[in-house]
Design a protein around this ligand. Structure first.
Ligand SMILES: NC(=O)c1ccc[n+]([C@@H]2O[C@H](COP(=O)([O-])OP(=O)(O)OC[C@H]3O[C@@H](n4cnc5c(N)ncnc54)[C@H](O)[C@@H]3O)[C@@H](O)[C@H]2O)c1
Length: 379
């Protein structure tokens, strides 16, 4: 079958790492053919650079000869644009996080089902070869039952994303919160895949940068208790001073996994299992990887190819919209816990969805963000 033809909505930073791995690859399962952005300059510049057809109206893109759309737009637009694309009969690959509320996630799933199109959230961490190796290692029983762990994602994002109140990034209304919504979602999608369902969470939110009140936290610690009993600390920050990286440490009854995306060999395993490749010391299996920013394009290539194959072969994506929704649920549970100042059960979040709606969790969140920046200097 011919490659799946994609149109891009939103020509910002995320769109670039989707397009790059397929540039000049005639044998790829997909082709990015057209692009649209509400910002005329962005679409013109982006389309020229990546040889796409620039389309200045969404309608024109959705009624063009494409099979699927990649949505790479601010988070509050994921739900309405998914609905519009589904109604136009286009499959939808939507950037993470799925949406800002559980209700929007449900609406996206319903719209795609109703219109018979596929929906996948572009959670690149689910397609990172290093993470697939960790999943396989856990499934092989090499570290036994996981009881303890910690996960970290940190990066110093461009400061205007925090300081400019008119940019959508990290805002409570357009991004659905700060770094927990933006980066925590990667951790939650990955940890849920490894460990199952979250039972409860406790979260603290902080601002190390004195950003405007419409911006959410730039630092957070979230303690997660999984239904399996595993206890995990998740630290996320958008203001730590080092190149972007992710780390993970998982301890089980038979061993330990260490991961750091800034290592050339990103995964180290220590296992007492009889089938372990090496015993008595950490070992690092060979896995496709490159330190930041390479792992972005590697994961995007696997992710987008997988979605294209699902369209060609008419099968459901491995990363289901329901799993993507669960990552949003953990974000909202963390925020609910920060507001309550107490460990909070997932059941309470489900009850809120049924009563006043999960949008209510973001109301007044700014008031519970600790102001770490007072007395600090970033000069
Ligand atoms: N997987 C990752 O690691 C990763 C990294 C960065 C961003 N992202 C995600 O990608 C998405 C976009 O983020 P970004 O960093 O590219 O943002 P960005 O601000 O760089 O780009 C967003 C683009 O969307 C355009 N836009 C806004 N409203 C629009 C509309 N109604 N119609 C069409 N275009 C519109 C903007 O003009 C802008 O060009 C977000 O969901 C973000 O979380 C994912």
């Amino acid at each position: 079958m011919d490659p799946v033809k994609f149109g891009i909505v939103g020509c910002g930073s995320a769109a670039v790492f989707h397009v790059l791995p397929f540039k000049g690859k005639a044998d790829a399962k997909l082709r990015f053919v057209a692009a649209h952005d509400i910002d005329e300059k962005s679409v013109t510049r982006f389309s020229k650079r990546y040889k796409l057809i620039p389309l200045h109206s969404l309608d024109e893109l959705l009624h063009s000869d494409i099979d699927a759309v990649l949505l790479a737009v601010p988070h509050h637009l994921h739900a309405p644009l998914t609905k519009a694309a589904a109604e136009a009969g286009k499959h939808v690959l939507c950037e993470k996080p799925m949406a800002t509320t559980l209700e929007d996630c449900d609406a996206m799933i319903a719209a795609c089902k109703k219109n018979g199109v596929k929906l996948m959230v572009a959670e690149n961490h689910r397609f990172l070869p290093a993470h697939r190796l960790i999943k396989e290692t856990i499934e092989r029983g090499l570290i036994g039952e996981v009881f303890l762990g910690r996960a970290y994602e940190g990066a110093f994002c461009p400061s205007q994303q925090f300081l400019d109140p008119d940019l959508w990034n990290f805002t409570l209304d357009k991004a659905g919160g700060g770094v927990v919504a933006d980066q925590g979602c990667h951790k939650f999608a990955t940890l849920n895949w490894f460990l199952g369902e979250v039972d409860s969470a406790q979260c603290w939110l902080g601002k190390a940068v004195n950003s405007p009140p419409n911006k959410g936290e730039d630092n957070a610690i979230i303690l997660l208790r999984y239904k399996s009993g595993a206890m995990i600390t998740v630290d996320v920050s958008s203001v730590t001073v080092h190149p972007l990286t992710n780390r993970l440490e998982l301890h089980g009854t038979k061993g330990t996994i260490l991961e750091d995306h800034s290592w050339e060999k990103p995964v180290q395993i220590f296992s007492s299992h009889k089938e372990a490749e090496t015993k008595g010391q950490f070992y690092s299996p060979v896995v496709e990887h490159g330190v930041y920013p390479k792992y972005y394009t590697i994961s995007a290539r696997h992710e987008d190819t997988h979605f294209a194959e699902c369209i060609i072969e008419d099968r459901p994506p491995e990363f289901t919209p329901e799993a993507a929704k669960e990552a949003v649920a953990v974000t909202l549970l963390a925020y609910l816990s920060a507001k309550k100042g107490a460990a909070t059960k997932m059941d309470e979040l489900r009850d809120i969805q049924k009563s006043k709606g999960t949008m209510s969790i973001l109301d007044g969140l700014e008031n519970v963000i600790q102001k770490n920046h007072e007395g600090m200097s970033w000069d």
